[in-house]
Write a protein that binds this ligand. Structure first.
Ligand SMILES: *Cc1c(COP(=O)(O)O)cnc(C)c1O
Length: 353
């Protein structure tokens, strides 16, 4: 029985063509900054984001944590939406590594200028100073939703409004763009417009783009020089990293525009599962389908466990939500089979009380 892995878009395997590009990569020692393939990828991503420079890092978590360290001092706060990856999925490392407290503002889909202003104002009452405004796009925890670039929306102000307000209040700005490629493809907003928002922007090669590893931190040359030292300090300076950077270059050539296929398949997956009584399926904006369990079901794991046993791998997004991630390892036929299995498995279930 074939297993379909929808736990994340990180589970993609390098394609044969990507492996060939990796095997052929020209490499050097990246800890000495002389791996030519890493340098090429750094220049290319910096160019796309309209930044002076970029730094290849093994993970997005390290990229985020270097951003925290760059922009804060111990005892500072950073402001982020409650489900931000940096706050809930990085093992409290902003606190552990940089002595910074992540302060939640706004809601699942982002926050407003007012939310940020209100938090900054609390400094006058002795709360920790907000040194850093944290943005994320797309927002993973909310199900890959796009944080709009401009204008006011219900409960969320556009990234450009928030960034301008943050700057006016003396905050640095980081954009966690692990899935910024998805936002770019679905909205058509140029990557450089996103890149212009923040002091540092992080993008991942290892999510929807399908490379085995790597994120890039983009900024001005001076900030990237400081980040390079932190990369070494955090244990991220790798040697012949060009074999991994080659996968990133291949992904930029072949796996960006195809993200639209993932988005289309996510919508069709969501539609095909929407009538099941077990959950309420949100309409996906990008490649992540989230479904909130309905009574009498209470725990997403009660649905995920039997699905995994039937070869449809998935996890709770949060305790009461199932997440199904669509990626380049799943074609139309795979989505059809996933739908059929989910309908069979859930059809045989009784509520978990
Ligand atoms: C996956 C992810 C990260 C971390 O990336 P890793 O490479 O898994 O460390 C950071 N932020 C967001 C929004 C993510 O989705």
């Amino acid at each position: 029985m074939r297993t379909f892995d929808l736990r994340s878009d990180t589970v993609t395997l390098p394609t044969p063509a990507m492996r060939a590009a990796m095997a052929a990569a020209d490499v050097g020692d990246d800890a000495y900054a002389d791996d030519p393939t890493v340098a090429t990828l750094e220049q290319r991503v910096a160019g796309l984001l309209g930044a002076e420079a970029a730094l290849w890092l093994p993970t997005g978590t390290m990229s985020n944590q270097i951003a925290v360290a760059l922009h804060t001092r111990r005892g500072d706060a950073l402001a982020c939406h409650p489900g931000a990856h940096v706050r809930v999925h990085e093992d409290a490392s902003a606190a552990a590594l940089s002595g910074v407290q992540a302060m939640p503002i706004g809601g699942r889909r982002g926050y407003t200028v007012d939310d940020l202003d209100a938090l900054v104002d609390e400094c006058a009452c002795g709360w920790p100073p907000v040194a850093l405004a944290w943005l994320e796009n797309t927002i993973g925890d909310a199900g890959g939703v796009v944080w709009p670039i401009a204008d006011r929306h219900d409960g969320v102000d556009g990234l450009e409004l928030v960034a301008a307000a943050a700057r006016a209040r003396g905050c640095k700005i980081h954009l966690d763009g692990a899935r910024l490629w998805n936002a770019h493809v679905v909205t058509g907003v140029p990557l450089a417009r996103y890149g212009a928002l923040a002091d540092t922007t992080s993008v991942a090669m290892s999510k929807g783009l399908g490379a085995p590893a790597g994120s890039l931190l983009c900024s001005d040359a001076q900030t990237i020089a400081r980040a390079r030292r932190l990369k070494h300090a955090f244990g991220g300076a790798m040697r012949q990293a060009g074999v991994l950077a080659a996968a990133g270059l291949h992904a930029l050539d072949h796996h960006v525009t195809r993200l639209a296929d993932d988005h289309r398949r996510a919508r069709s997956l969501a539609r095909a599962l929407a009538d099941l009584p077990h959950w309420e399926v949100a309409t996906p904006e990008t490649n992540l389908v989230v479904a909130r369990v309905r009574p009498p079901w209470r725990h997403a794991e009660s649905l995920c466990a039997p699905l995994r046993a039937a070869g449809v791998l998935c996890y709770p997004n949060v305790a009461r939500e199932v997440r199904l991630a669509v990626h380049l390892g799943l074609d139309d036929a795979a989505i059809d089979e996933v739908v059929a299995r989910i309908r069979t498995v859930l059809g045989g279930l009784r509520g978990d009380g």
